[in-house]
Design a binder for this molecule. Structure first.
Ligand SMILES: [Cu+2]
Length: 297
């Protein structure tokens, strides 16, 4: 019993470090490639970094703010049908704010915090962009432009925005809301989670009964017709027919219709008997092998 307990304690001790998720910190590994583009060998990336140049129309930095944004699957759990999300869907800042974003990727895939629509004379392609494969942390700083405008923030990895990793950042009062921001604005294409599987099936069956059957069958029949012109099955059928034709012609020569039918049935019976014999032979072979393997059998 003591042995068992100590073994249990050892397993617990060794599993503790495995349970804790380690976040790779990219904040001190980044190399500055100029034009606000920073990268490291481990796959961390910052684009559009700007901690010093004031955008046109800003006399000074109005405020200095720092936020931490998490990204990952677990943040989408409260949004039905979504797979990925940030932990915050809406950000609001004063114009000309110097903003530092600490981006934490909680997943074991790559995520981005990508902001669009910034002035292109200051931000290449109008973007400020943090990107890292998780679990990891990365940070970047930008100075927000003046004026009231709503900016799109998203993850541009294929399907991550569509699956929910989307937010809006309002500078000043913003200039409206963006669609499909989880928990903030309505989805452009709403998902329907009403009804159980049985009610959905009942609706499908009712629709099928209401609709005239030829509507469904016609395209299939048409397709079969098109396909069967020189389909594989046709070719095999023709080959067998050609091979059997002389044999059958000889066999059926001078027979009446009923005699032909009787002969065909006789041939079918012989064929089936042959198949049954083959199968039972095979079965016996397998059984006898099994008996050899089993000890004392
Ligand atoms: Cu992503």
């Amino acid at each position: 019993m003591v042995k068992l307990l100590s073994a249990g304690a050892l397993i617990f001790l060794f599993s503790a470090p495995v349970l804790a998720v380690e976040y790779e910190d990219h904040r001190k590994m980044l190399m500055d490639h100029g034009d606000g583009h920073l990268m490291d060998m481990a796959g961390g990336m910052v684009m559009g970094q700007n901690a010093s140049t004031l955008p046109g129309g800003c006399d000074s930095i109005s405020e200095t703010k720092e936020i931490t944004v998490h990204a990952g699957h677990k943040h989408a759990e409260k949004f039905p049908g979504r797979m990925f999300a940030f932990d915050t869907q809406e950000f609001k800042f004063k114009p000309c704010t110097k903003l530092t974003v600490n981006f934490v990727n909680d997943d074991h895939v790559r995520h981005q915090w990508m902001m669009h629509g910034l002035p292109k004379y200051l931000y290449p392609k109008g973007m400020f962009h943090l990107e890292v494969t998780g679990p990891a942390k990365i940070s970047g700083t930008l100075i927000l432009p003046p004026g009231d405008k709503t900016y799109l923030v998203h993850c541009d990895i294929a399907q991550h925005m569509e699956k929910g990793m989307k937010a809006q950042l309002k500078v000043g009062k913003g200039d409206g809301d963006l669609p499909s921001i989880p928990g903030v604005t309505a989805y452009v294409i709403p998902d329907d989670y009403e009804g159980s599987l049985s009610t959905v099936m009942a609706a499908v069956l009712a629709a099928a009964q209401a609709a005239p059957i030829p509507v469904v069958v016609a395209p299939i029949a048409q397709r079969v017709e098109e396909d069967s012109f020189i389909s594989g099955v046709t070719v095999i059928g023709l080959a067998i027919g050609l091979l059997l034709a002389p044999f059958l012609a000889k066999k059926f020569k001078g027979m009446s219709a009923s005699e032909v039918i009787a002969t065909i049935f006789e041939m079918l019976r012989t064929g089936i008997e042959l198949i049954v014999k083959l199968l039972s032979g095979l079965l016996k072979l397998v059984m006898s092998n099994k008996n050899k393997i089993l000890p004392g059998g």
